[in-house]
Write a protein that binds this ligand. Structure first.
Ligand code: ZN
Length: 252
């Protein structure tokens, strides 16, 4: 009996496999970085169902080394991703970008209240209720979050140019990301909540600039650039390349 604690210490529990979802600039999908004690070398896989690039490494291999490994096989990764399903329904275990940062959707029937972002260990969106309502609940939550954050940022930006936002609405238009009426009503695509923050910021800046200049004149673009936190041209380019892809999310 005396030796039992010592024996326990000599035989430690097998170390666990860990997985972290990362956004790596230049990679076409989120990178899932998995450390596996059983693994002897780096291995690469494209998980088409979840839309993530998965790298499994032995303990001690740092994230940048894993990313370098993926970049070396980028052609292969891109070819695999082209086979990705056009639809990305909201399901337990799937990846979802929130302001461009990948989060895993986790269904927890015991979770009460509205979905909650959890980022202490892994970035997750915890969704309660019945499994049959999961997609609807994620949808509703994203729309509400989009409306709240878009309205907040629009009002902040409007104050800096002495303009006033009347109302902010979110919709799901196919061809535009935002609009501004003569009365000062702004309307946005709720899908902007899926785009990286600098892109989200640019679209808000664009519509707020229309509160002063209801046109696309030189003066408008100067004001828009001033209201944009990051690089306006980078954001516009991101939307040109990736904008359509945001419509895949939540499609059944
Ligand atoms: Zn415009």
């Amino acid at each position: 009996m005396v030796f039992a604690p010592l024996l326990r210490r000599l035989r430690p529990a097998p170390p666990k496999r860990t997985a972290t979802l990362l956004t790596v600039p230049g990679l076409p999908a989120p990178l899932e970085f998995c450390v596996s004690p059983q693994s002897r070398r780096l291995s690469l896989r494209v998980d088409l169902a979840r839309g993530v690039i998965r790298v499994v490494v032995p303990p001690g291999v740092p994230e940048p080394q894993a990313a370098t490994f993926v970049f070396r096989h980028l052609d292969w990764v891109n070819r695999r991703l082209q086979a990705m399903p056009p639809k990305m329904p909201f399901r337990d275990g799937r990846s979802l970008p929130i302001l461009g940062v990948p989060h895993l959707i986790r269904h927890d029937p015991l979770h009460r209240g509205s979905p909650r972002v959890q980022s202490e260990t892994a970035r997750q969106l915890i969704v309660g209720g019945g499994a049959e309502f999961l997609s609807r609940r994620v949808h509703d939550w994203l729309k509400a979050e989009a409306r709240r954050t878009l309205a907040e940022l629009a009002r902040q930006k409007a104050v800096t140019i002495g303009a006033r936002v009347q109302a902010v609405a979110v919709r799901d238009p196919r061809a535009r990301w935002g609009s501004c009426s003569h009365q000062g009503n702004l309307s946005f695509s709720w899908r902007l909540i899926l785009a990286p923050l600098p892109v989200f910021d640019y679209v808000v800046a664009h519509e707020v600039a229309h509160l002063r200049e209801l046109n696309h004149s030189e003066r408008f673009w100067q004001l828009c650039a001033r209201l944009t936190e990051g690089d306006m041209e980078d954001a516009r380019e991101w939307l040109r390349v990736n904008g359509a892809g945001l419509h895949r999310y939540g499609a059944e």
